[in-house]
Design a protein around this ligand. Structure first.
Ligand SMILES: *[C@@H]1O[C@H](CO)[C@@H](O)[C@H](O)[C@H]1NC(C)=O
Ligand SMILES: *[C@@H]1O[C@H](CO)[C@@H](O)[C@H](O)[C@H]1NC(C)=O
Ligand SMILES: *[C@@H]1O[C@H](CO)[C@@H](O)[C@H](O)[C@H]1NC(C)=O
Ligand SMILES: *[C@@H]1O[C@H](CO)[C@@H](O)[C@H](O)[C@H]1NC(C)=O
Length: 186
């Protein structure tokens, strides 16, 4: 009898405790605290454009090479890039930062990539700091990747970035539109 009373008291206490701790968790923010649209421009080395290429194939499968992306949906290629970021879709606009990182092609039977990169901003009249992105890119019309952190003006930021391929010129140039929605701002 005493034992059951003890057990029920403990249960009551546990319930109380869990309900009070649950109340302390802030409700999740559903609206972005910051939103911006940026573009970045990738000029892939193709054997002839070493001077203006902003990305290079650094890894290729045994059946490929580092000049031309391999067949079978480029499976096994890794590309490192240092691309200009602009506020509009013009490659020749004044860049506000650089997109730096890599993408790798990770599916043989379907065209997909995986992205890991940072936006590095060092602009006197825009922003300073970084935003870091990572995620699977199924190369659909639009696809979401994670904004996993930030520094400087974007200290501790987190959110979602929607990517859209805005232009493609052969295997040499593509432009991505990045619609960034931050749900955590400091
Ligand atoms: C890169 O440079 C080459 C040679 O000057 C030029 O033909 C090409 O259009 C340039 N590519 C881009 C995307 O500006
Ligand atoms: C690289 O591979 C492509 C196609 O896979 C081929 O056309 C090209 O000749 C190769 N280049 C070199 C330097 O081996
Ligand atoms: C950032 O910009 C400042 C001023 O334009 C410059 O002095 C500095 O070297 C830049 N830093 C980097 C890491 O590019
Ligand atoms: C991507 O596009 C393909 C083909 O259009 C579609 O079947 C698939 O559901 C899409 N995936 C996502 C994650 O939207």
């Amino acid at each position: 009898m005493a034992a059951t009373r003890l057990v029920s008291t403990i249960l009551c206490l546990l319930l109380l405790f869990s309900s009070t701790t649950a109340k302390k968790i802030p409700s999740r923010r559903r609206e972005p605290c910051k939103q911006m649209v940026l573009y970045f421009h990738d000029i892939i080395y193709n054997g002839k454009n070493a001077k203006n290429a902003t990305s290079a194939i650094v890894g290729a499968p045994a059946w490929g090479n580092k000049t031309i992306l391999a067949g079978q949906n480029h499976f096994g290629n890794i590309v490192v890039f240092d691309d200009p970021i602009t506020l509009d879709n013009n490659l020749h606009s004044n860049p506000v930062g650089r997109a730096q990182g890599f993408y790798l092609y990770d599916r043989k039977d379907y065209f997909t990539a995986w992205l890991g990169f940072s936006f590095f901003f060092n602009s006197t009249n825009w922003h300073r700091g970084t935003l870091t992105f990572a995620g699977a890119d199924p190369l659909n019309k639009t696809r979401d990747i994670s904004v996993i952190g930030g520094t400087g003006d974007f200290f501790m930021a987190r959110g979602i970035a929607t990517l859209m391929t805005d232009a493609v010129e052969g295997e040499v140039y593509f432009r991505l539109q990045v619609d960034i929605k931050l749900y955590e701002c400091w």
